[in-house]
Structure formats: structure tokens, C-alpha cells
Design a protein around this ligand. Structure first.
Ligand code: MN
Length: 540
């Protein structure tokens, strides 16, 4: 698959001729309209980036061009490929969104604008609020197509990170590991996650990268001969048992993922059983269980290491049967047994459902499919509770009660019956995100508030003492009135004073029940004290 081939890795660093045919030739079944649209996007972006140069010295257009090739390689619809081509023209070539709208219509213009906005979400080095950052990121995207383009954009940037000046490199590398790779993981895009992680690992943690590489090599991690031998032997055995319709593939664990696991296992590589895996891909789910029986008959399994993610899919939708077996040469190997569809999903996740399908590939069908893909791992009970919680607007930080990633539960529109065939937004719209904003404290902490919240709500969300003594507020470094409507990504600073106190005016400006309750409490208390006082004043 193009984004993950050696050819793609070479082209990421060394530009090809950047001809539109390179993009088109990656598509399995482009229509005439697709070809026309992509060619228009190509000409437009190429013209707008004309004369611009990347850190690598390559023409700027090399970057959107590769992003578009990645999208074409995984068979995304033509409109998304065009968004890949155009994704930097607003930010880096000063093109007005209206111009994109005029040339390419509302849908493409909206997607380009959203991808541009995502560029403003920056990792601020605060590990403890990474989950909030991910939510902010997801909130800013709102449409999963935006996220898929953004991930491919980041994949190319990760592969060219060594060209970027050192002071920027670490931030981009950490941002990739803490935000982008986990999002890819949550969307089930296993291949993208791995490529992102391994691309930036040496830049984020150079010493650890060297250490892990050495451990990996000393353990024979790169010993592909052993893997090929086991692979051949297994194929013969399975075929001998009468199973003929299957194919297999090897995979070696990514170094970053190995690093994380080594940390959990006290750096003892003998405790890690999935450095090598063989994948066995069969036609049906029933075949998966049949193959499991066959392989356990050939090689003894390690007790307690057989996992049925078919019956119990992982929270991100991953399905497979895993087992670890003794290979008879003193070593072990992990086997991953799955069907073709499961295999595609394991690699591309949600994107596998947007993939252009010539036969019955209506956009609506793909969206419905994506919707059910997300739904399958969101327990209905949690879904309903989660929505209620999210819309109540009074709890800034929700506890996660299940393995299902909390934010992904909100990524599905609650009104499934209202599926609108024309706009993707109405299909997979994050209802939750339409009602929430994410703003930062000056230190980089993220506060989650309902839409239209004011600095007063922000202050009370931090602490009631701060709320009760608001003297003023700064938004993004500038003085702002207390009734300012906060927006996603704003940095809010509250000035306090002992003399400042809540008033009836504050009550009208507050949006959250939390802030209103504190203000009311204060007003009631001060009234009961103030009433006799003011009465006394009148007498004087
Ligand atoms: Mn870009």
C-alpha cells in the first residue's frame, strides 16, 4: 500500500517529478470526474505554492503532493485527495478560503479550513493533560475525513523531520507521539500509528532509541531468516491440514512500541512475546478458529496468551485471534489470525470504510459503514450515559468508566435516523464537540467548558476562590471583558483581587451551572449580611 512502501519512504525525502499522473496511477478505479477534479486541485496547489521552498530545499509543493499520494494510495475519495493537495494553501500561500470555495465548492473548502485550524493545536509539553489535548484536537476536527488528511500530512512531516531546525524538531516529534499517533490508534489506523511513531522516535528520545535498537539487534530482532524459516514451515503445515485458501505475512514489532513495552517489563526482552508475528489471513471468521486449532496442534501454545479479539474486539475496533506458540527452535512467535476485511481494518481502521469502492461505493454507504464501525465498540449503555454527561455541561472532566475511548463515543451523531446523504458532517458529527470548547490556562492546562462560556465560567472551573475574586481577564494575552465568549484554543488568564466580588451582572454572564451556583451562594450570603447593614446606613 503506497504510503507504507519503501518507494513512498524514498519519495518522502527525495522528490519525484511531481506529476499528477503519479497520484492518479495509485487509484484503482478513478472515474473521469475524479481525474478532472484531482487534476484541477493539483494545478491550483502547484500554482499557489510556486516559488516556495521547504527546509529540505525541495519545492514546497512536494509536501502536499506526497500527502495527496498517501491519500490516493489508501483509496480515499477524490475530494479528500484534493484536500490533501490544498491543505496548506491557506496557511502557507495566503489563499482566502472564499477562493477555494469558489473553485472547489463548500465541502472541499470546509475540509481545507478544518485541516488549517488543526495546525493551530500545539503540544505545550504538558504530559498530564495530553488526553484533553487529544479531545481538543478531535473537537477541532469534527469530521473524521479532516483527521485522516491531517494524519497523512503529519506522516510526511514525520518522514522529513530531520530537515527541520533542531529547536522545532523535538516539539513536532513529541506532538506526533503524544497526539497524532494515539489518534491514529484510536481510529484503528494501525499502520499509520506505527509509521508515525517509528518516524519520530529517534528525534523525540535519541538515547532511548539507541538503547532499544541495540537490545532489539542483540535479541536477533532483525533475523529475518529465522522468521522466513518459521513462516515457510507454518504455511506447509496449515496447507497439509487441508486449508488452502489463506495467505500469510510477517511483521516485526515497531521500535517505539517495543520501547514502551520494554519500559513496562523492566527492560527484559525475554518477557516480550510479540517481537515477531505471523499473520494468517483466511476467508471467514470460522476459518480463523479452524486455523487456531491447527496451529495449536502443531506448536504448543504458551498458556494464557491466546486472545480472542474476534469475540471481544479491542476498543478501537481491532479484531483478530492472537496466540503465542513455541516454535521448537527455542523461541516463540505470535500468530495473528484474521479475515481479509479484519486485516484491512487493522491497518487502516476507519479510513478503510471511506475507501473508494467501485461496485457499491456510494459515499452514503461508506459513511453508514463507518458509523457502524464506530458504534460496534461503543456499548449502548455507555453511549447514552456519556451523551447525558457531556450535554449537562457541569462536569469539566469526565471519568472514563470503560475501555472505550471516551471521546470517540461522541464522534457519532446521536441521531442516526437523520442521516443526510449529502453532507458527511451530518453523518459523523460529534454532537458533543458542537457543545464544548477547550481553552488553556497560561500554564497549558486544558479546561473543558460548554460553548459560549465566559472568563467567569473559566475562573470557577479552576477554583471557586478564583471565581469569587475575579478582577479582570486576559484572552490570548489581551485584556478582555468578563462577558467575552471564549473560543476553542483560547489561552485565558484571570486576574484576582481581594476586593473583587460576584454580582448579579456576573450571574447573567455565567453559562455553567457550577459558576451560577457559586455566584448565587455568594449573593445570598452577602444579602443576608448586607440587608441590615444598608438599613443601618439609611438611618445615618
Ligand atoms: Mn502540511
Amino acid at each position: 500500500m503506497y504510503p507504507f512502501t519503501d518507494e513512498a519512504k524514498r519519495a518522502a525525502v527525495t522528490p519525484t517529478e511531481l506529476r499528477v499522473e503519479e497520484i492518479l496511477s495509485l487509484l484503482h478505479t478513478p472515474s473521469k470526474a475524479d481525474i478532472k477534479l484531482i487534476t484541477r486541485g493539483y494545478e491550483f496547489a502547484k500554482g499557489k505554492h510556486n516559488g516556495q521552498v521547504r527546509y529540505s530545499g525541495a519545492p514546497y509543493f512536494h509536501h502536499p503532493f506526497e500527502t495527496a499520494k498517501y491519500l490516493a494510495g489508501i483509496q480515499m475519495p477524490a475530494s479528500m485527495i484534493v484536500v490533501g493537495l490544498l491543505h496548506d494553501v491557506v496557511e502557507d500561500a495566503g489563499v482566502a478560503p472564499e477562493e477555494i470555495r469558489a473553485h472547489f465548492g463548500d465541502d472541499i473548502a470546509m475540509l481545507v479550513e478544518s485541516v488549517t485550524k488543526l495546525g493551530t493545536v500545539r503540544y505545550r509539553g504538558m504530559k498530564r493533560h495530553v488526553e484533553s489535548l487529544r479531545k481538543l484536537f478531535a473537537a477541532t476536527a469534527r469530521d473524521i475525513r479532516v483527521m485522516v488528511v491531517k494524519l497523512m500530512d503529519r506522516l510526511h512531516n514525520a518522514r522529513t523531520l530531520h530537515f527541520v531546525p533542531e529547536h522545532k524538531r523535538e516539539r513536532i516529534a513529541l506532538e506526533t507521539l503524544e497526539i497524532y499517533a494515539p489518534i491514529a490508534d484510536r481510529l484503528g489506523m494501525g499502520l499509520v500509528k506505527r509509521e508515525l511513531e517509528d518516524g519520530v522516535f529517534p528525534h523525540a528520545y535519541p538515547a532511548e532509541y539507541k538503547k532499544v535498537s541495540k537490545i532489539f539487534n542483540d535479541a536477533g530482532g532483525g533475523d529475518l531468516k529465522r522468521l522466513a524459516r518459521i513462516h515457510r514451515h507454518m504455511r506447509e503445515k496449515i496447507a497439509a491440514h487441508g486449508l488452502t485458501q489463506f495467505h500469510t505475512a510477517c511483521r516485526v514489532k515497531g521500535l517505539y512500541s517495543l520501547f514502551r513495552k520494554l519500559e513496562r517489563k523492566n527492560w527484559d526482552i525475554t518477557q516480550i512475546f510479540d517481537i515477531w508475528a505471523l499473520r494468517i489471513i483466511v476467508p471467514t471468521a470460522a476459518d480463523c478458529y479452524a486455523v487456531l486449532g491447527v496451529v495449536h496442534g502443531i506448536w504448543p501454545p504458551l498458556p494464557g496468551r491466546t486472545k480472542d479479539y474476534l469475540a471481544f474486539p479491542k476498543p478501537n475496533g481491532y479484531r483478530s485471534i492472537h496466540t503465542t506458540v513455541l516454535t521448537g527452535d527455542g523461541g516463540v512467535i505470535e500468530l495473528q489470525i484474521r479475515t481479509e476485511a479484519m486485516h484491512r481494518e487493522a491497518q487502516l481502521g476507519i479510513a478503510s470504510h471511506f475507501a473508494y469502492k467501485g461496485q457499491r461505493g456510494s459515499v452514503r454507504g461508506a459513511h453508514r459503514h463507518a458509523l457502524s464501525w464506530i458504534r460496534q465498540f461503543i456499548p449502548a449503555r455507555l453511549w447514552v450515559e456519556g451523551m447525558g454527561n457531556a450535554l449537562s455541561g457541569s462536569t469539566p472532566h469526565h471519568a472514563t468508566e470503560s475501555g472505550a475511548p471516551e471521546w470517540i463515543r461522541y464522534m457519532v451523531d446521536a441521531h442516526e435516523g437523520d442521516v443526510n446523504p449529502h453532507t458527511f458532517l451530518n453523518d459523523i458529527k460529534a454532537d458533543f464537540f458542537n457543545h464544548r470548547i477547550f481553552v488553556f490556562t497560561p500554564r497549558g492546562d486544558v479546561i473543558d467548558l460548554p460553548i459560549d462560556s465566559s472568563p467567569i465560567d473559566f475562573a470557577y472551573a479552576i477554583h471557586s476562590d478564583i471565581g469569587n475574586h475575579i478582577a479582570g481577564a486576559k484572552v490570548n494575552g489581551k485584556m478582555a471583558t468578563l462577558n467575552t465568549r471564549l473560543k476553542n484554543g483560547d489561552i485565558v488568564e484571570i486576574m484576582t483581587s481581594d476586593k473583587a466580588h460576584p454580582s448579579g451582572k456576573w450571574l447573567r454572564m455565567a453559562k455553567t451551572t457550577l459558576a451560577k451556583r457559586h455566584i448565587r451562594n455568594y449573593l445570598q450570603k452577602s444579602m443576608s449580611h448586607a440587608a441590615p447593614l444598608s438599613a443601618a446606613r439609611k438611618k445615618l
